[in-house]
Ligand binder design. Sequence first.
Ligand code: COA
Length: 159
Amino acid sequence: MRKVIYPGTFDPVTFGHVDIIKRACELFDSVIVTIALNPNKLTPLFTVEERIELLKESLKEFPNVEVDSFDGLTVEYARKVGAVGIIRGLRAVSDFEYEFQMALMNRKLDGDVSTIFLMPHEKYTYLNSSIIRNLASLKSDVSDFVPENVSRALREKFG
Ligand code: COA
């Protein structure tokens, strides 16, 4: 049973994340998509409960996905749930340096947990959650970039 975790902020989940999750689901028996309660991102748009619901609804077609959240170190969470690896997405070369540093630090913290990098489809390389929040706040249609339930939740947030 090969279990991996896919940690992130997911504020909100986009088609770029869903693309990575789909790829992970094809490679591993079980994928836990888990929201890091990231103290560096102080004012998320969606509460953790809202993000969990948005992820669950967006990922219901994948039978081997669970959604969770965690506080503290990613490697400790990975160990607690019995995961062999941490999935991270690489959208562009600009992601590499930060991700490389994080992967090496995580390996130093726990040599048994590997980081696995997956690349989303190139049509999602320019996507991130901040751009989506910004577009939605300006009442722009984001339905090409996020699942329908997320689009709806953004419309409700921004009236
Ligand atoms: N498609 C679209 N957007 C993507 C994406 C993809 N495939 N992959 C990443 N992104 C975007 C995210 O939406 C996010 O956008 P935003 O900053 O505009 O909101 C941005 O890229 C950052 O991605 P995210 O996956 O949320 O990473 P993060 O940098 O916020 O958090 C953690 C990374 C949670 C893995 C890291 O902070 C962590 O491990 N924290 C726990 C504490 C810990 O263990 N620290 C030691 C680490 S060495």
